[in-house]
Design a protein around this ligand. Structure first.
Ligand SMILES: NC(=O)C1=CN([C@@H]2O[C@H](COP(=O)(O)OP(=O)(O)OC[C@H]3O[C@@H](n4cnc5c(N)ncnc54)[C@H](OP(=O)(O)O)[C@@H]3O)[C@@H](O)[C@H]2O)C=CC1
Ligand SMILES: CC(=O)N[C@@H](CCC(=O)OP(=O)(O)O)C(=O)O
Length: 347
């Protein structure tokens, strides 16, 4: 007997993560895309806006507030922070589960959100049932959740790079430094001075020094893991590439460790997690580009007595769209790898 597919909508499908979601979900065997939305391109065929989808996804883009949510199982919100919260509030009594790709429900409380995002939160009740959806750490909670706060791209790579160390309470909690680099698609589809070709091409720069909102997201998740307060020095940089994030994390262990012990800590922690690959050498962006993998290389520097951990992800996939699909698979109770077996695209 033919099984009914789960019905989904992608709100914000014209943007970078929304179109990656559409690409993944169009060939996902268990779902059917019922609605895709855009405010500024409503009425156009999706394939007119993104010609790579011609004859594959020709659905018409609709305005978000007119879509019929009654028969939907899952709604993905690929919207800017500050906008997502409005839709979560509006659809709170609907049957559909929501996976929000923005930062609106990732933090512990509205007060923390307002301090770091410098923005009032208009749907504060949402915090009580939102689950931070990083499957390798919170997968069990994700399964029964109604509202997923999909992690930020930098936090995904950063947290995964050191989670085994914090979960095993191996490092001093105030010694973590994360040096992170992202490709330009992390900044969204709208052009700006920062993303202007001549400001990015053959250039490289840090930003958000000491104040980037992902700092608190990383601190909160690592604090939960080790059950103590964690502070992190987090510095993001803009790389002149389309996609990819590479983070280099440094921390001082409480007790001396050796390379073999360190490797075993990572292998054991990620043993059951097929999308984490522990590497013998430093990974590069193209080792994971176009895929849901996160590659991690842990290194013990016996001279400086520091642990260095290098992690790479595709910001639009493991850092956003494929992470959202992974969360959806867990929420639907289907094999977590469904629709996520893309092999990295290299060169
Ligand atoms: N890019 C990345 O690597 C990552 C992004 N994220 C987060 O995911 C979310 C989406 O990011 P991204 O795809 O890069 O963003 P984009 O800027 O590329 O796309 C934003 C989308 O939101 C829609 N939109 C904007 N304002 C409104 C509104 N008021 N009402 C309804 N729709 C609106 C836009 O539609 P329209 O066609 O009308 O302009 C567009 O489809 C953001 O919260 C971002 O922080 C998370 C992890 C990684
Ligand atoms: C390169 C770049 O600009 N990256 C974005 C982060 C993208 C992301 O994950 O943002 P959210 O947490 O808001 O979802 C930034 O630094 O603001």
């Amino acid at each position: 007997m033919k099984r009914n597919k789960h019905k989904i909508a992608i709100v914000g499908a014209s943007g970078f993560t929304g179109s990656e979601l559409t690409r993944l979900l169009a060939s996902h065997p268990e779902v059917e895309i019922k609605h895709i939305t855009s405010e500024s391109h409503a009425g156009k065929a999706f394939s007119e806006l993104h010609p790579q989808f011609l004859n594959i996804v020709d659905l018409t883009l609709e305005k978000a507030d007119i879509i019929d949510t009654a028969d939907l199982d899952i709604i993905f919100l690929a919207l800017p922070h500050g906008v997502s919260m409005e839709f979560v509030g509006r659809w709170k009594d609907k049957n559909a589960k929501i996976i929000d790709l923005s930062g609106d429900f990732r933090l512990r409380s509205p007060a923390v959100y307002e301090a770091w995002y410098q923005k009032k939160h208009s749907f504060q009740e949402g915090f009580s049932n939102a689950v931070y959806g990083l499957p390798e750490l919170t997968g069990e909670k994700v399964k029964s959740s109604q509202l997923i706060a999909n992690p930020g791209c930098y936090p995904t790579a950063s947290i995964l790079s050191v989670a085994p160390l914090f979960a095993n309470k191996l490092v001093e909690n105030d010694t973590l430094i994360i040096d992170a680099k992202s490709g330009l698609t992390g900044a969204g589809i709208k052009a700006s001075d920062t993303t202007h070709f001549s400001n990015v091409n053959e250039n490289f720069k840090p930003y958000g020094i000491g104040s980037h909102r992902h700092t608190i997201e990383i601190e909160e998740q690592l604090s939960t893991l080790c059950e103590e307060g964690v502070t992190v020095q987090f510095t993001p940089h803009l790389l002149p590439v389309d996609r990819g994030i590479l983070v280099t994390s440094y921390a001082k262990p409480k007790n001396e460790i050796d390379s073999e012990q360190l490797r075993k800590v990572y292998d054991d922690f990620y043993q059951e997690h097929p999308f984490i690959r522990i590497r013998d050498k430093a990974p590069s962006l193209k080792d994971v580009r176009g895929s849901h993998y996160c590659d991690i290389y842990p290194f013990w520097d016996s001279r400086t007595k520091r642990i260095i951990s290098i992690a790479v992800i595709d910001n639009l996939l493991k850092g956003a769209a494929s992470e959202a699909v992974h969360n959806m698979n867990l929420m639907l109770g289907i094999d977590q790898q469904t629709g996520l077996k893309q092999i990295p695209l290299k060169p």
